[in-house]
Write a protein that binds this ligand. Structure first.
Ligand code: SAM
Length: 241
């Protein structure tokens, strides 16, 4: 079933696709009146619709039913990702959205090699990647990609979650399995470091802030592999797979 994000609320039982989405529905997918389409408000609600009219710049959709989106994880997952080199963040954002992250918070830590002084254009690009990935995998929420913050800000925000995980390459005591033996909270933070890893003082700051230092096993994963492994494991532990 074709799926589109809409920012408006239904008006007299009608939702309208405009611009690129209208073009995609009418010209690319060649949807016709009477055909079914799902419109999602990007905040967890799906509208099952039947197409009423197809014009060049607007496709009117009659709302038949609305219900909570069925494609979201049971937990609200936030990925805190240290800025990696080159365009790895594009890949990480795409995979994190497919794996159900509700929000992605990029941050700058001590060992980040990439230290751009202007990041708003990058964040704009990552947000576009998040939208495309959310459409492709059928998300019920349009994940937010936040502005780049400092390590300290990220750690303090991450610590607010019920389950706050600091994925530390030097962690030797606590594996992720043991850390989640008592279950997964409704809100989960996953904090991942850059290619150079975390500085010891950052690990100490994170522990002080209340994050749980956990290991992803005895091998060192690349900074673009670790978030995928961590998100998948937390999804599994949270009963989403
Ligand atoms: N430069 C570090 C080293 O050689 O030890 C490796 C950093 S790793 C490329 C990037 C990030 O992925 C780490 O900071 C951590 O967040 C995560 N990571 C990778 N392997 C991990 C593991 N075995 N346990 C926990 N976190 C891991």
């Amino acid at each position: 079933m074709p799926r589109f994000f809409v920012s408006e609320q239904p008006e007299n039982g009608v939702l309208t696709l405009r611009g690129e989405d209208a073009h995609h529905a009418g010209r690319v997918l060649r949807l016709r009146p009477g055909e079914s389409v799902t419109l999602c408000n990007g905040r967890g609600t799906d509208f099952d619709c039947s197409i009423e009219t197809v014009e060049k710049d607007a496709v009117l959709c009659h709302v038949l039913d609305s219900h909570p989106a069925e494609t979201e994880p049971r937990q609200q997952l936030t990925l805190f990702m240290a800025l990696p080199k080159s365009d790895k963040m594009d890949f990480i954002v795409q995979k994190a959205v497919e794996l159900g992250a509700r929000e992605i918070v990029p941050y700058l830590s001590k060992n980040c090699v990439s230290r751009p002084d202007k990041t708003d254009k990058k964040v704009e690009r990552w947000q576009k990647i998040a939208l495309e990935a959310a459409k492709q995998c059928g998300r019920g929420y349009l994940p937010a990609v936040g502005a780049v913050v400092s390590f300290e800000q990220a750690a303090e925000q991450a610590a607010q979650s019920q389950t706050a995980l600091f994925f530390y390459e030097n962690e030797r005591q606590t594996g992720l399995h043991d850390a989640l033996l008592d279950g997964v909270g409704e809100t989960v933070s996953l904090m991942i470091g850059p290619e150079g890893g975390f500085a010891p003082e950052e690990a100490a700051f994170a522990a002080e802030a209340g994050l749980t230092s956990v290991s992803l096993g005895t091998r060192i994963l690349r900074c673009e592999t670790a978030p995928i492994a961590a998100l998948a494991a937390v999804l599994y532990a949270g009963g989403n797979m």
